[in-house]
Ligand binder design. Sequence first.
Ligand code: FMN
Length: 329
Amino acid sequence: ADKHRLSVAPMMDWTDRHCRFFLRQVSRRVRLYTEMVTTGAVLHGDRDRILGFSEAEQPVALQLGGSDPEAMARAAAIGADWGYAEINMNVGCPSDRVQSGRFGACLMAEPATVAACVAAMRAACDVPVTVKSRIGIDDRDSYEELVAFIDTVAEAGCDTFIVHARKAWLSGLSPKENREIPPLRYDVVHRLKRDFPHLTIAINGGITSLDAAEAQLAHLDGVMIGREAYQNPWVLAEADRRIFGEDGPVRSRRDAIDGFLPYVEANRSRGVPLGSMTRHILGLYQAVPGARAFRRHLAENAHRPGAGPEVLRAAVDLVEAAIEQRRAA
Ligand code: FMN
């Protein structure tokens, strides 16, 4: 039950393997999620590229997008074979592209389909199968409809739900607007936990500090942080100690970079562009002296052909110079 106490949300284009490897330098315990991967990509795509990850990222959950039980089952089995610690079904993403494939948030209107997927996935693999949903969609946003959804999917064997505490509008709002405009309703998710005490219920949406996470944990089993963990990864610095009661892996941002550098060097020598790794750490120094110099140095130099780890080292030197200057002033 402890496993979901704190996690970082699945975010397309953001939580790729490089991002996750870096976040793992900041917290050993926080559970990490992949970007959403469609069943089509898993079944027919380049699996090394789509599913490859480092053991050091564990625990990592693979998030799948799809609605065909048979395809979901095959994709889940493949994900489990690749070593993912959990398979999560996306029932929260409202984008058009996703709707036309009939998966994501539109499936909140089809609890039986989600239940069939969960049952098939559970039969096909040994790792836990979880669901990430919203609290409702469009005009189908009554508490009774949400309860019916959870009931049906739990009946199929899903015992862990991560609930983004706002509804989604399937038309009229962009995915980005759908993360900002519908109001957050934490009370609805708290009520779910009271009504389904035997289920593991984690909350997501608008949580931007460990203080806020701890406040949620008074009501719920888990908290999932999305944008803040990406834009300000240092928010996780005290997570292992405060949320899991263990020492964390690092004491400073500099330690986190030192942990990342050997990985960056190894991947550079395999031809991975520096910028595709360092783009995920631009916010590391958010709100401390040197933050702007760090971000700008990486943004301007990391994408140059041939850029290597020295660019990252130089960015850190700029931060240290700024701190030194502040101290001297
Ligand atoms: N949610 C998913 O379930 N699957 C995704 O692939 C996914 N991609 C996202 C990409 C971006 C860039 C962002 C900002 C969000 C994405 N989300 C996705 C939604 C997040 O998982 C999360 O539910 C949402 O951002 C609310 O949490 P937050 O307020 O802590 O950011």
